[in-house]
Write a protein that binds this ligand. Structure first.
Ligand SMILES: [Zn+2]
Length: 264
């Protein structure tokens, strides 16, 4: 049975081990975290006044890249909303801005319809307005998934590597060539033997195996993986992981139901 062990957890970064999992499952979890977990992002912007040096499109693109704190219980996906995709307070949030230069416009200058929903990092500069310049806009955010557009990705980095099984047998004569060969400093000598530290740091470069003339050392691939995931700030990264797993479960159950309905 696959099992998750959290190694390190912060709001925007999580490191965990996924043990006893098939490569297909591991990759499904990675892809679900990147492309199936919904988050808010600016989707269109109405420009009433823009006398800044930036084109409307440049400002709209920049706003779409700003992560927004997302509460998945608060809003519905637009296609699942009772407004049938038109856009209403249940499926979208407006951010309004009316400022004049000279001023550096920050994410915190936008006024949200719902004070609980705001840009994740309020000190991100958006643009600079000079004397006599004005920007009056309304930016509308909605939920979406990374599969549709990368602005909806809840994670900025999501990767894994195999945790190998490293074994040293009785042929070892303590020549220490593995210690100097390993670029990740996994081996050290202690109590008259070679000690293996943190095999999860191994990159499977096999330099230690090549350096061991007596063939006393082996590095074997396993079904254990070390995941590193960094969030954009839209959702706590652990919530992204839990949501990704629940989405995969739902998809698998639907698929199972479809298969069982096949009439043969
Ligand atoms: Zn709606």
């Amino acid at each position: 049975m696959p099992k998750i062990e959290i190694v390190k957890e912060e709001e925007h970064k999580i490191i965990f081990k996924l043990l006893d999992a098939s490569p297909a499952l591991v990759n499904s979890i990675r892809r679900a975290m990147k492309s199936l977990v919904p988050v808010l992002a600016i989707d269109y912007v109405d420009f009433y006044v823009n006398s800044s040096y930036f084109y409307d499109e440049m400002i709209a693109h920049r706003l779409a890249m700003l992560p927004i704190k997302t509460d998945l219980g608060r809003l519905k996906m637009r296609e699942e909303c009772s407004c049938e995709g038109v856009g209403c307070p249940s499926c979208q949030i407006s951010f309004r801005l009316n400022v004049e230069g000279p001023k550096v416009v920050f994410a915190k200058d936008f006024v949200s319809d719902d004070p609980a929903i705001h840009f994740a990092f309020e000190d991100i500069p958006v643009l600079e307005l000079f004397e006599g310049q004005q920007l009056m806009i309304e930016a509308v955010a909605r939920l979406g998934i990374g599969k549709e557009h990368s602005k909806f990705q809840p994670v900025s980095a999501c990767f894994y590597r195999i945790i190998p099984k490293i074994e040293i047998n009785e042929k070892c004569d303590l020549c220490k060539s593995c210690i100097s060969a390993c670029p990740r400093n996994i081996f050290e000598e202690g109590n008259g033997e070679i000690i293996i530290n943190s095999p999860e740091n191994c990159s499977l470069c096999m330099e230690c195996v090549k350096a061991c003339e007596l063939k006393a050392l082996s590095v074997i691939e396993t079904n254990d993986y070390l995941f590193v995931v960094e969030g954009t700030g839209a959702l706590p990264v652990k919530d992204v992981l839990l949501k990704a797993i629940s989405i995969l479960k739902e998809k698998a159950e639907n698929f199972n139901k479809l298969i069982s309905e096949i009439d043969v």
